[in-house]
Design a protein around this ligand. Structure first.
Ligand SMILES: Nc1ncnc2c1ncn2[C@@H]1O[C@H](COP(=O)(O)OP(=O)(O)O)[C@@H](O)[C@H]1O
Ligand SMILES: [Mg+2]
Length: 440
């Protein structure tokens, strides 16, 4: 089976979902309720500062960063450097060392994560230097999203859901299947005119329930661990993408299908935006929806700055992470507003696979993780520079609604037959009424 990069076939109908961005910052609203078309929206950027770890504590490292409020983080220089007050960095949300992953999920990325249930492609990235907390955070976020996905399924009996999962790792530009330990070799990327970039022969498993999905995710994580030991320090240089594909179909006998068909018969204007069945908040966005949710745990960002610093293509014993470098270039180009210029998505596997999440048809959230230690000041500042650029990137998320022709035609035929039958067989009560009127 292949896994596809979300495309936007012409047959799909565009819509924009509602949401409640918690941000205090004056930015493009995350979405417009009931709006019929795609809206530009900025990538949601959050920062998570972890506590000092044991090693940092033992080394008597100092805490160099302070979260001033829910949106702002600032460098706290040591006393001897305190003559100039550094400028604070502002983001959609900033989480301090005491915050738990649940808060990062609920207040930071949940809106984006749940978009995939409403017919919109969603991607959540973790970016930061090695040991800043990317994997720790992404594990928790993925788990919370799985809980919400299955709660949504239980609360939406009028739809049938199919959840599929695939997992891959990009290490030194080789794509490895995390659900198929047999495929040791690198998988090829192919260009599909309709589907976009597809990873050839990537295994995609269907999860039978939430436990099964958790099990499949744990296989991906275990596979990554195997690679880590074998390849020595791999984890800080590899990117992991866990992809859930969520397909949902309105059950045939659901009232919503009937009312949708009826509204088509009545040739109503604005059917999609007015029909309550397509209301985002009801969770029923379409007759058929097929969406992708990516959880991306990136390689340690120090690789990007190291490689950018010396500009070398290859360092002794350390392959430069082309994917990470290209990601930072793509973000830099997109953030500068020059969308019409060349964006080098095709320069790396990561950016090819995630092209839609970067300035395309998806909602994207980036969690930038930081060590608070003074000894990591440079790396943390680089991460915040990356985060600041990412804030300026806009996406165009649309609801990927596929109105199944077969399903619609079937219901339309039924409706036509019913109306014809009504015309052929006059209502006896109505006949009687007409006769009484004539007599009077
Ligand atoms: N917010 C946090 N609170 C407590 N411990 C954390 C936090 N973030 C990371 N850690 C711990 O720090 C270590 C490194 O985190 P990890 O997620 O593996 O880093 P990365 O994936 O960025 O290399 C792990 O032992 C992890 O449990
Ligand atoms: Mg990690």
């Amino acid at each position: 089976m292949t896994v596809k990069t979300p495309g936007t076939p012409a047959s799909k109908v565009d819509r924009t979902p509602a949401s409640t961005p918690a941000s205090k910052i004056d930015r493009t609203p995350v979405s417009t309720p009931g709006g019929p078309r795609a809206k530009e929206e900025k990538i949601v950027v959050t920062v998570r500062l972890r506590p000092l770890n044991k090693r940092e504590q033992l080394a008597k490292d100092q805490v160099a960063w302070e979260c001033l409020d829910d949106n702002t983080i600032v460098y706290k220089p040591p006393p001897q450097e305190r003559s100039v007050q550094p400028a604070p960095f502002t983001f959609d949300k900033v989480f301090g060392p005491a915050s738990v992953t649940e808060a990062v999920y609920e207040e930071g990325v949940k809106n984006v994560a749940l978009s995939s249930l409403m017919g919109i492609n969603a991607t959540i990235f973790a970016y930061g230097q090695t040991s800043s907390g990317k994997t720790y955070t992404m594990r928790g976020i993925t788990e919370k999203a799985v809980i919400d996905i299955y709660n949504h399924i239980i609360n939406t009996p009028e739809r049938d859901f199919t959840i599929k999962i695939s997992g891959l790792e990009i290490y030194n530009e080789n794509v490895r299947d995390l659900l198929n330990s047999e495929s040791g070799r690198s998988l090829k990327l192919l260009d599909d005119p309709e589907k976009g970039t597809v990873v050839e022969k990537l295994v995609e498993e269907t999860a039978s329930n939430d436990q099964h999905l958790r099990h499949l995710i744990s296989i991906c994580e275990a596979q990554r661990q195997v690679g880590e030991t074998a390849l020595n320090d791999n984890s800080s240089r590899s990117h992991q993408i866990i992809r859930l594909t969520i397909e949902s179909t309105l059950r045939e006998n659901s009232d919503c299908v009937r009312s949708f068909v009826a509204s088509l018969v009545r040739k109503e204007q604005n059917t999609f935006s007015e029909n309550p069945c397509f209301n985002f908040t009801s969770g029923l966005t379409s007759v058929n929806a097929n969406d992708v949710q990516n959880f991306v745990d990136l390689a340690g960002s120090e690789r990007a700055s190291q490689s950018l610093a010396d500009g070398a293509r290859l360092r002794e014993g350390c392959h430069i992470n082309l994917s990470l470098m290209t990601l930072t270039t793509v973000i830099r180009k997109l953030s500068s507003g020059k969308r019409s210029g060349h964006i080098p998505y095709r320069d790396s596997k990561l950016t090819r696979i995630l092209q839609h999440s970067l300035g395309g048809n998806a909602r994207t959230a980036i969690i930038c993780t930081l060590s608070p230690a003074l000894s990591h000041f440079e790396q943390s500042r680089n991460t915040l520079f990356f985060a600041t650029r990412a804030k300026e990137v806009t996406n165009n998320a649309r609801v990927n609604m596929v109105v199944s022709d077969k399903q619609l035609v079937k219901h339309l035929q039924k409706e036509v037959a019913r109306l014809e039958a009504e015309l052929r067989t006059p209502d006896p009560l109505r006949e009687k009424e007409l006769k009484i009127q004539q007599v009077n």
